[in-house]
Design a protein. Structure first.
Length: 423
């Protein structure tokens, strides 16, 4: 017989599996309610994985997904046909997703042999899935980058959007207590409706603004008192906002690109994001890019690039026009802290990084920096995180010696500035 497409989850069997049965009773009740009506294994894994990971019952999200796929049931089969769930991968025991199966496990939970799949189709599907997951991970990384401007992903109708937000909220481990009182679905639906109404009214952009909005939603709904008292509400809201970004519900805002603009573009060869220059906008609307690191030309759709105008540290605003200390153009400038502000506590009153002459005082740390243009500032923050910048790229010479910055500066020196003449 040919099996039918997967259309539902065998939730009772999933809840009865040893791994899920080992969860706390209140958590199981919440999971049962959250999984009601879920028909997709990946959606079920999004809900279940955080609890299995917290309880040490799974090594990673992939193992939770494999478990959920095992209990995905097929559409209504022909009369007399009994479909068995697909087998778990070799070496995976239902009782402990983080350990190898023992002979006893194999005897107790004998599973049918896997259906034969054409190698070429399987390989193609695997590559496509891996590429898609890599792009999703890269998009999440871009959304969580410092200063990124975010918007709510368009998920269709208002009801579809509300359902997506409710799923994302109930998949946050910090909010699981809200589903343990028997009215979890109703609670999360109300929170989702408030979240959408507040976001439409206030149009938040920064991750911190989204976190503040989530915090206000929780406070106004009277749910703050029910959440774990050991963690403050602001911290919980911050984690929820980050969860939204990782799941793609919050995404980097798209913008119209112009020739000469510095962007972050996805390079298929290594499935990573790299700085690139928009060389031209083609008649088709596609962008002709040149990757700064490699000089490699590539065409891309506008939704395959991310703007870098907001990557630099928040708070380092325009301080007037002058000569950029990196590209030497006459242009509007920003102040770059050579020891980023969030790393000041590491050095305040202690030893400064090697090679820096000065005193580890608040005054010195606040004034030790460069006057550079916004594009150079973005490039600096794209080459490394703040910890590395503070330790290894804390002088102008060190920055200019970095290959990516050297290529950008060489390019920028040849460009005309819209805000003033070139030097």
């Amino acid at each position: 017989c040919i099996s039918s497409p997967i259309t539902a989850m065998d939730v009772p069997s999933l809840l009865a599996s040893p791994s899920v049965a080992a969860l706390d009773e209140a958590v199981r009740g919440f999971v049962a309610e959250a999984l009601a009506g879920v028909s997709d294994a990946e959606e079920a894994a999004d809900i279940l994985a955080p609890f299995l990971l917290d309880a040490g019952l799974a090594d990673d999200e992939a193992k939770a997904l494999e478990l959920c796929k095992h209990f995905a049931t097929a559409a209504a089969p022909a009369a007399g046909y009994v479909a068995a769930p697909p087998p778990l991968p070799a070496g995976l025991a239902l009782g402990a997703l983080g350990r190898q199966a023992t002979p006893e496990d194999t005897e107790e939970e004998a599973l049918p042999a896997p259906a034969q799949v054409a190698p070429s189709a399987a390989a193609k599907g695997s590559r496509s899935s891996a590429s898609r997951k890599s792009a999703q991970a890269a998009a999440a990384e871009a959304a969580l980058a410092p200063g990124a401007r975010l918007e709510l992903k368009d998920g269709g109708s208002e009801d579809d959007m509300a359902a997506a937000v409710a799923r994302a909220l109930r998949a946050c481990p910090e909010l699981d207590i809200l589903g343990a009182e028997g009215r979890g679905a109703e609670t999360f639906s109300l929170l989702a409706a408030s979240f959408l109404a507040y976001s439409a009214e206030r149009s938040p952009e920064r991750l911190q603004q989204w976190a503040a909005l989530i915090q206000e939603v929780l406070e106004d709904a009277g749910t703050a008192a029910k959440i774990d008292e050991e963690e403050d509400l602001a911290s919980i809201a911050q984690k929820a906002a980050a969860h939204f970004a990782r799941k793609g519900l919050l995404q980097v805002k798209k913008k119209t690109c112009e020739p000469g603009e510095l962007v972050l573009a996805f390079l298929p060869e290594d499935e990573s994001w790299h700085p690139a220059i928009v060389d031209a906008v083609l008649e088709s609307g596609r962008l002709k890019l040149i990757f700064i690191e490699y000089g490699k030309p590539q065409e891309a759709d506008a939704d395959e690039v991310r703007a870098l105008e907001d990557v630099a540290e928040e708070g380092d605003g325009d301080v007037g026009e002058g000569d950029c200390q990196m590209c030497e153009r006459r242009i509007h400038l920003t102040f770059h802290h050579l020891i980023p502000k969030d790393k000041h506590p590491t050095y305040l009153g202690k030893r400064l990084p090697k090679g820096i002459e000065g005193e580890p005082t608040r005054c010195f740390l606040n004034t030790y920096g460069l006057m550079i243009c916004r594009q150079c500032h973005n490039t600096v923050h794209n080459i490394a995180n703040n910890e590395v910048l503070a330790a290894d790229y804390n002088t102008l010479d060190k920055l200019l010696a970095h290959p990516t910055i050297a290529r950008w500066v060489d390019y920028a020196k040849k460009q005309r500035c819209t805000s003033g003449r070139n030097r």
